[in-house]
Write a new protein. Structure first.
Length: 324
């Protein structure tokens, strides 16, 4: 495992481009992001390109030493807006194949990125299970996911693959409504037996908390994944019960207030103590990566406030590690 060397930051929900702001603000945001100490790299969604302004733009603004974790979640959710069958666990055969094809696009993007910079810059790719929207047939969705995972794992990836667990479809008022963790773990095991290759699991704090409607399920999911031998990553996004970030919504709320924080979310359920408990069970040096993904909820916010949210996130993570 990679020793802890800083955090992966899902900065894109804080970026001005997330709210269709102008390019000058986006450039300022990336300059100031690069000045934050303790960042190992970014979590970045892959649509057609890795950034709304294109790959060339991103690599001009990205520090050479930073790694990238590519996530499929944004494009998956975008396509599901009009094609509810799009997903790796979908029983809609055509749309499941389309989603496998999308991950082939990511595979090619990873290879292009590494060739461009002359090293393995992409650290990992995060996949999401994504069954047919509204399905209640968990076992069929799990079988479909296993088939997709077998094919994707068979490719010669130059980076790690991790299944990012999202809240499960068998819980009331689900937000993403993807596969239960137990079925994802079974799919990983079956795909490994078939291909000889394995995927890991990434626990996103908010997505597990939303599933349980409590703050204890993320730790349970962490321990279950550890026991299965596949825990590889922890990402910290917050959630709330009220306020501008909503009622148990998957909106990447910042950390709750802590000593020295500047842009905190008063209603956030994600605290430094909670992160410390997670790291007690899974120290950063035992993981492939750990990090934050936080959202600036105010579309008109300036660059400095967007950056302050991420600076606070890094501070919170460092405090949590020191507490553990």
């Amino acid at each position: 495992m990679q020793k802890h060397a800083g955090f992966i930051v899902g900065a894109y929900p804080c970026a001005p481009s997330f709210h269709q702001r102008n390019e000058n603000e986006e450039s300022e945001f990336w300059r100031k992001l690069a000045d934050i100490p303790g960042i190992r790299g970014i979590e970045q969604p892959c649509l057609e390109t890795l950034h709304p302004y294109g790959d060339e733009w991103l690599f001009r603004h990205l520090p050479d030493e930073w790694d990238i974790v590519v996530t499929g979640v944004m494009e998956t959710m975008r396509r599901r807006g009009t094609l509810p069958g799009f997903g790796l666990a979908s029983e809609d055969a055509e749309q499941r194949r389309a989603c496998v094809g999308y991950y082939r696009h990511i595979f090619e993007k990873v290879e292009q990125t590494n060739t461009r910079v002359g090293r393995n810059k992409v650290l990992a790719v995060e996949l999401q299970s994504a069954p047919l929207a509204g399905t209640q047939n968990v076992s069929l969705a799990a079988r479909c996911f296993t088939e997709s995972l077998k094919e994707i794992l068979s490719w010669d990836w130059p980076c790690g693959l991790v299944i990012e667990h999202c809240d499960a479809l068998d819980k009331p008022a689900s937000r993403k409504g993807f596969l239960p963790l137990a079925h994802e773990l079974t799919a990983i095991a079956e795909a490994k037996a078939y291909t000889g290759k394995t995927a890991g699991v990434c626990i996103n704090w908010a997505r597990s908390a939303i599933e349980g409607r409590n703050t204890s399920l993320p730790l349970e999911h962490l321990q279950i994944s550890q026991q299965a031998g596949v825990l590889q990553a922890l990402m910290f996004s917050g959630t709330t019960r009220e306020g501008v970030y909503g009622d148990w919504q998957d909106l990447h709320a910042p950390f709750a207030p802590f000593a020295g924080s500047e842009a905190e979310c008063q209603e956030s359920l994600m605290t430094v103590d909670i992160a410390a408990e997670m790291f007690r069970h899974a120290p950063p040096e035992s993981l492939n990566f750990s990090g934050i993904k936080l959202l600036e909820i105010n579309a008109s916010a300036g660059v400095d406030h967007r950056i302050a949210i991420l600076q606070d996130g890094i501070k919170a993570m460092n405090l949590a590690i020191n507490k553990k």
